[in-house]
Ligand binder design. Structure first.
Ligand code: ACO
Length: 361
């Protein structure tokens, strides 16, 4: 049987940090509230486009797999914050990578996007349609944040994570996947003003161009859907929760992560958490966390990993994976990134002006 196994991993986290203390200058919040209610201490703000972050993470994952960009036959970019609508950011990314033997497309399932990609990539490899896939989650959520709105400004950040999936006949790789969606809950987390249904130029305070969210309702549904999805991929793989070496959950709120871990009866050392450093980077959270976990030795040859996510849509997804024999990268990629032009407040200036000023001003 052909399996899909992860052979490369990489990430890009922008250098500019937005701390909770910084946010206190932008909205009516406090480090104490953000830390205790979400677990987040800081997040990153990107000075480069989504496809540029994806390019760096992707090159690092390819180097870890010992591959060149021309070796992959599919580039899949999970994002809900792409640089362009036309063409797809995946097309921009394919050119930046130089992955000219690959077909390329985007996948938008919000925070579940990268795991939807794992599900799709595994199916494609199993049926023989593709053999080497670069799957990237990359997000520039800061673009859509109104930093005067404390309900959403404190939660999100920017970044990118990537993996290479390859066909193998070894008994390793993705064991089970599940995905789901409930579009009837779309309005509990959305950006209504962007897209062809938007009432162009009518939203004078620009609020419809930002993230609108019913936080407690998202929270409630997240705990149920992530827990159920994670349990399903453990059972469908013929495993027990005791077999799980590491749960790498979507990083949206430490209380959601803790509740999911409790539901699965996992011990803290079985759960990877980095929300304190990056906040919620949507489709990028799990591949960023995975690449850190491998580097930190939290992933060992043969480790059983479980990934689980939920996101806008609502969507949810999970996957169980048996890691292969290699936990060291074959190579490393050197990528030049231009430095940010100014400090974090300089990077946020256009957001603050946009959301702070009506369209008629
Ligand atoms: N700083 C200070 N106070 C705040 C802040 C803030 N940043 N945000 C809200 N509050 C206040 C509220 O105004 C409210 O005050 P009140 O009691 O005087 O009315 C109080 O804190 C409690 O507000 P709640 O919304 O009930 O707080 P809750 O404990 O539910 O935490 C949170 C809010 C963090 C948003 C939580 O509900 C959550 O994490 N939900 C999930 C959100 C999420 O994961 N979104 C991403 C989904 S993934 C994707 O696809 C993008």
């Amino acid at each position: 049987m052909t399996n899909a196994t992860i052979t490369g991993w990489g990430r890009y986290t922008p250098p500019t940090i937005l701390s909770n203390d910084d946010l206190e200058h932008l909205t009516d919040t406090s480090d104490e509230w953000i830390t205790t209610r979400t677990g987040i201490k800081e997040r990153r703000i990107s000075h480069i486009a989504t496809s540029d972050m994806a390019n760096i993470a992707g090159r690092r994952a390819l180097a870890a797999a010992g591959l060149e960009p021309e070796d992959v036959d599919l580039v899949m970019l999970a994002t809900c914050t792409g640089d362009t609508v036309i063409p797809s950011p995946a097309a921009l990314l394919q050119a930046k990578l130089g992955a000219f033997n690959a077909t390329a497309f985007d996948l938008n399932a919000a925070c579940s996007g990268w795991l939807y990609g794992i599900d799709l990539a595994t199916s494609m490899i199993r049926i023989g349609r593709h053999r080497r896939i670069l799957l990237i989650g990359a997000e520039r959520l800061s673009h859509y944040l109104d930093f005067s709105n404390r309900a959403t400004a404190v939660l999100f950040g920017d970044g990118a994570g990537a993996v290479v999936l390859e066909a193998t006949t070894d008994d390793e790789g993705v064991l089970a996947t599940t995905t789901g969606a409930d579009g009837s809950a779309a309005e509990i987390l959305w950006v209504p003003g962007v897209g062809t249904s938007g009432d162009r130029y009518q939203n004078e305070d620009h609020s419809a161009y930002g993230v609108i969210m019913d936080g407690p309702e998202v929270f409630r549904r997240a705990v149920t859907t992530m827990g159920e999805a994670a349990t399903r991929v453990v059972v469908e793989a013929g495993l027990d929760v005791d077999d799980v070496d590491l749960l790498i959950p979507h990083q949206a709120n430490i209380r959601i992560i803790d509740a999911t871990a409790r539901r699965l009866k996992l011990r803290p050392e079985q759960v990877y958490v980095n929300i304190q450093a990056y906040g919620n980077t949507s489709a990028a959270t799990i591949p960023i966390a995975l690449s850190e976990a491998v580097e930190q030795g939290r992933v060992q040859p043969g480790s059983i990993l479980v990934f689980a996510a939920f996101g806008a849509g609502l969507t949810w997804a999970a996957a169980s994976v048996r890691w292969g024999a290699r936990v060291e990268p074959i190579g490393t990629a050197t990528v030049d990134v231009p430095p940010p032009d100014g400090d974090v407040f300089d990077l946020l200036r256009s957001n603050i002006e946009f959301f702070g000023k009506g369209v008629s001003e």
